[in-house]
Design a binder for this molecule. Sequence first.
Ligand code: NAD
Ligand code: UDP
Length: 340
Amino acid sequence: MLVTGGAGFIGSVTTLALLEAGHDVIVADDLSNSSKHAIDRVESLARESGAAGDLEFHELDARDDAALHDLFASGHITSVIHFAGLKAVGESVDKPLDYYRVNLGSTVSLVTAMRDHGVRDLVFSSSATVYGPEAQSPLREDAALSTSSPYGRTKLFIEQMLRDVAAAEPGWNIALLRYFNPIGAHPSGLIGEDPRGIPNNLMPYIMQVAVGRRDELVVFGDDYDTADGTCVRDYIHVLDLADGHVAALHAIDRFHGCQAVNLGTGTGHSVLEVLAAATAAVGKPLPFRLGARRPGDIAVTVADPSRAAALLGWSATRTLNDMCTDAWRWQSTNPFGYGD
Ligand code: NAD
Ligand code: UDP
């Protein structure tokens, strides 16, 4: 199978899970937001665990039609997981064209190559950001869709494009997996999240405070209508997310066209709860202060994960403490990530 973006945070952990499940995996990644070391580490972890699958890596841009054609021409690809893309909400506001070019462009090229080579099984990385502020948590897949950033719009447009593709031609099985808040790292401490520059997301920011790369966490708003006034999110361990992809791939025949599925735990945690769990995992106080709200944030975003349980036979099992412990193992042993 083909995994685009397989050197990234979620892609690397998922590639390992796929190898361990016995799949041969071809990773295509341009390394624009990742490191080749991640692939090397996935390879050695797979070897250590006696994984049955083989890994092949190609450094390429997923918009490169000719390179994709050559990959598919090998005849070994029967299904695809498409992680490749740009993902920073704030950056997408400043550089919308980059986001449309990469996220939409890579998907058009990839799906065209799939069609031309008769490959019809696709798992796509969507996001809970497609649920509009008016939709009520716990969010079901049929909740109202709308989004406030160019990044979110690329996900909405791609979802719609894939529905159109599946409607135009029989035989497609497309899973639109809407991730909630993936955090944590592989329990080995060898593969994890390595954001470039100042992290936008809560857990990598906390972890950089913990290793001394940042002075303090700023909690964005404590006057929301939640128990402690800080925003509530559905944090999911990246290993659970990886297992969700393996489950989606194994259940792909049940998709019959194109369907969206939430990957979340169904349980929400506030910013202060995450900070407390991270502080316990790190074992020392983490400096923080309460600050202003971040524009565009919604008070509560939590999944209704029941469709994933019914359709994929999958549900998340790992706790917030597991997520923090594994994130800290990764960050403390790799304070500067992969170091490149
Ligand atoms: P990531 O940046 O770590 O991984 C994305 C990978 O895609 C990187 O390895 C990058 O080098 C690669 N890439 C980017 N543009 C490419 C191109 N044109 N051709 C080939 N490779 C390219 O991000 P991630 O957190 O692992 O996210 C993976 C996917 O999941 C993304 O599509 C993202 O939008 C989606 N998602 C992520 C989150 C999250 O919180 N991390 C939440 C919801 C959805
Ligand atoms: N957050 C915060 N300080 C930070 C980064 C994030 O208080 O430095 C908060 C943010 O306002 C949100 C929650 O943490 O309520 C999760 O933010 P993240 O960006 O990780 O995920 P998303 O907002 O996309 O759900």
